[in-house]
Structures are given as structure tokens and as C-alpha cells.
Design a protein around this ligand. Structure first.
Ligand SMILES: C[S@@+](CC[C@H](N)C(=O)[O-])C[C@H]1O[C@@H](n2cnc3c(N)ncnc32)[C@H](O)[C@@H]1O
Length: 218
């Protein structure tokens, strides 16, 4: 379901770069359904790189999907004409670092479809600092875990408040049931942490976050 929701945010007809593709399921599924024109599946590690190669071979998609062993956006070549980039199933800080160290490979016209596992705030901070506007956001629950999807495009300067960076500017407006359930659970976890012995500085930070969450849910 998580990758299905990511797939729904990839524009029809895109030339997709799926970075950290692992088994390559996302580009393979999109191509099999005829929803994208071509794809690059990038992987930094050998075992998933081979798994992606196998998926592409077994689906006879070798002419449409190029699998590359590369670190982050180094998988993208200018002649690929990439119009969308997906980076999913990693921590938000890792996704941010991949975007930041690969900046030179971004044309600025790609749609970014990001699915961080935690670390959403630093990722949104990077998007803001680099002129990316958040155009879509989603929280979903699968197998007891909450996942976020962030869709962004470079539009020029954009400003988000600290609360918008923390919760997500569009989610703050929409307040979907999954979003509220996620933050109820997060509040419970923060309160549990605060009940334990934590260093003073850390406790203050967690208490501030708990306050924001309580205000959101009030
Ligand atoms: C948990 S898997 C997620 C796979 C798939 N994207 C998904 O969402 O189901 C993360 C994958 O990202 C790859 N990865 C991590 N850092 C990377 C980097 N800097 N460049 C390319 N791939 C990376 C890992 O090797 C791993 O296969």
C-alpha cells in the first residue's frame, strides 16, 4: 500500500529516477501499467542492485528501465531526461543528504516524490531552503507503522513556520484521520520518554514538541 500511494503521486508519462530502488518494484509496477515512459533504478548496494536487475529482466523491461549502481543522484545522467525522482523507505535525513549532495544533478524541473521513515522535519527544512514548495502530503498507516509521503517541486522562495516544518504545511490544514492518529501516538511516545530520566536539554526539546502536539490535538 505504501508504494501504491507513492506511485499515485508520480505524474503519468514521467521519466522516473527511483533512487534506493532496492527490488525495483516501483518503476517495474509503473512501467507494467504503462503509467510512465521510462525509468532509472539507482542502488548504492550490490544485493539490491542485483535484485533490481533481476526484476527488470524477469519483466522484460530492459529497454525501458536502466538499473545503475550509484550513490544517490549520481545514478542520473543528463540524457535520461528525468522528470520525476522518487526516494522512498529511508530516513528523512538520508533523503535530505542524497538531495543535497546531488544538487548538481537536479535540473529543478523534476517533481520530487519522497517517502521518509521519520526525519520529516529536516527534510522539509531542506526543501524550503532550496526553493521547493510542498504540493502534496499524505500520512498512511500500514502494519502498525505510520508513513509520510511528501511531494515537492522547485517554485522559488517559500517560507514555512516551524510548526509547518514539523507537522507538514498541508497536513496541518487537512488533519486527516491517519495524521491525527499518528500524532496521538507520537504524543504518547513523547510523554513516555519524558517520564524517564533524560538529559535536561533533551527533555526541554521533547517537552516543546509535546506541547505543539497537544495544541494540535486540542
Ligand atoms: C529500505 S530500502 C527501500 C526500498 C524502496 N525504495 C522502498 O521504498 O520500498 C532502502 C534502499 O535504499 C538504498 N540506499 C540507501 N542509501 C542510498 C544511496 N545513497 N544511494 C542509493 N541507494 C541508497 C539501500 O541500499 C536500500 O536498498
Amino acid at each position: 500500500m505504501r508504494l501504491e500511494r507513492v506511485a499515485a503521486h508520480v505524474p503519468v508519462g514521467a521519466r522516473l529516477a527511483d533512487i534506493g530502488s532496492d527490488h525495483g518494484y516501483l518503476p517495474v509496477a509503473l512501467l507494467r501499467r504503462g503509467l510512465i515512459a521510462a525509468a532509472v533504478a539507482g542502488e548504492v548496494a550490490l544485493t539490491p542492485f542485483h535484485a533490481a536487475q533481476r526484476s527488470v529482466r524477469e519483466n522484460a523491461l530492459g529497454s525501458a528501465i536502466t538499473v545503475r549502481l550509484a550513490d544517490g543522484l549520481a545514478a542520473i545522467e543528463p540524457e535520461d531526461g528525468i522528470t520525476a525522482i522518487s526516494i522512498c523507505g529511508m530516513g528523512g535525513e538520508t533523503i535530505r543528504d542524497i538531495l543535497d549532495s546531488g544538487k548538481a544533478r537536479l535540473s529543478g524541473r523534476e517533481r520530487l516524490v519522497l517517502q521518509p521513515n521519520g526525519g520529516e522535519q529536516p527534510l522539509r527544512q531542506w526543501l524550503m531552503e532550496n526553493g521547493y514548495r510542498i504540493l502534496g502530503e499524505e500520512v498512511l498507516r500500514e502494519n502498525r507503522f505510520y508513513y509520510e509521503i511528501i511531494v515537492a517541486e522547485r517554485t522559488g522562495p517559500v517560507t514555512y513556520t516551524p510548526e509547518e516544518l514539523y507537522f507538514g504545511p498541508l497536513q496541518l490544514q487537512a488533519r486527516s484521520p491517519a495524521f491525527l492518529a499518528k500524532w496521538q501516538r507520537m504524543l504518547h511516545l513523547k510523554q513516555k520518554t519524558l517520564a524517564q530520566a533524560v538529559p535536561e536539554e533533551k527533555a526541554q526539546d521533547i517537552a516543546r514538541q509535546a506541547q505543539w502536539i497537544s495544541e494540535l490535538l486540542a
